[in-house]
Design a protein around this ligand. Structure first.
Ligand code: GLP
Length: 239
């Protein structure tokens, strides 16, 4: 893993967005793996800005999102809605090129990704318990796309996106850890004080299924982005 420390979250967003847009310029048929949550929001804003400024077309790009909730009371809380609002509606990407896992046939998602030639760059955030996508602690490292029961910790962390805790789903469908590991390149963005322990465990822990993100240590091409502030809070202890 390569650790990249930037001064601010805005600097990270610009760097990562430039990387994605440059890749699409060079590879108009790129397959992009995308994530939801707060961490990617500024990245998506900057991708939209660069798409307009540099006239980079996403018409032939295909996207594969990591996960989707099950049993939502309001479709506006879905990750599909989040992606439409924050990215897809602002690009020239056709709706049929944007993919999410389907709870009625989870394993079909791995086949779909493989059929399209695999994910070129996968964007990831991390949960405070080390989850990536919705692979909660003790998910098998050899898992493919599957349905999960969400941890209470994850439900509480994500409650801010819902009107109240009762509306937070208890299940989701997610790419598995083996699915994620097949991406040719992975970019993990770690932001916010709630992720201090996760950042530390990522670099200091041995590979262990109790901390799902630890599998990333085995991938040949992972960039981990964080801010100087979070890096210092995590690794520089006062004497
Ligand atoms: C959700 C998503 C994850 C994401 C995590 C962290 O649980 N399923 O893919 O990494 O939230 O999100 P945030 O960036 O908002 O902290």
């Amino acid at each position: 893993m390569e650790l990249i420390i930037k001064k601010t979250a805005a600097d990270i967003a610009k760097d990562v967005a430039r990387h994605f847009v440059h890749f699409v310029e060079q590879n108009p048929k790129a397959n992009l793996g995308l994530a939801t949550g707060s961490s990617p929001l500024d990245i998506y804003k900057h991708i939209i800005y660069l798409h307009e400024k540099r006239r980079v077309s996403f018409a032939q790009v295909k996207t594969f999102n990591l996960d989707e909730y099950l049993g939502l009371v309001d479709d506006k809380q879905s990750y599909r809605f989040f992606m439409q609002q924050n990215l897809f509606n602002h690009l020239d990407i056709p709706l049929e090129n944007t993919h999410f896992p389907d709870a009625t046939k989870p394993e079909g998602y791995d086949a779909l990704i493989a059929h399209n030639g695999g994910v070129d760059i996968q964007l990831l955030g991390i949960g405070s318990n080390g989850h990536i996508a919705f692979n909660e602690p003790f998910t098998s490292f050899s898992s493919y796309t599957h349905i999960v029961n969400l941890d209470e910790k994850t439900r509480k962390d994500n409650a801010r996106f819902f009107r109240d805790m009762n509306e937070v789903p208890t299940q989701a469908v997610t790419m598995g850890l083996a699915t994620i590991m097949q991406a040719r390149e992975i970019i993990l963005v770690i932001l916010g004080d709630a992720k201090i322990l996760a950042l530390k465990q990522l670099f200091c822990m041995e590979k262990d299924e109790s901390f799902p993100a630890s599998i990333l240590n085995e991938h040949p091409n992972v960039k981990v982005y964080t801010t100087m502030d979070l890096f210092k809070k995590t690794f520089c202890h006062k004497a």
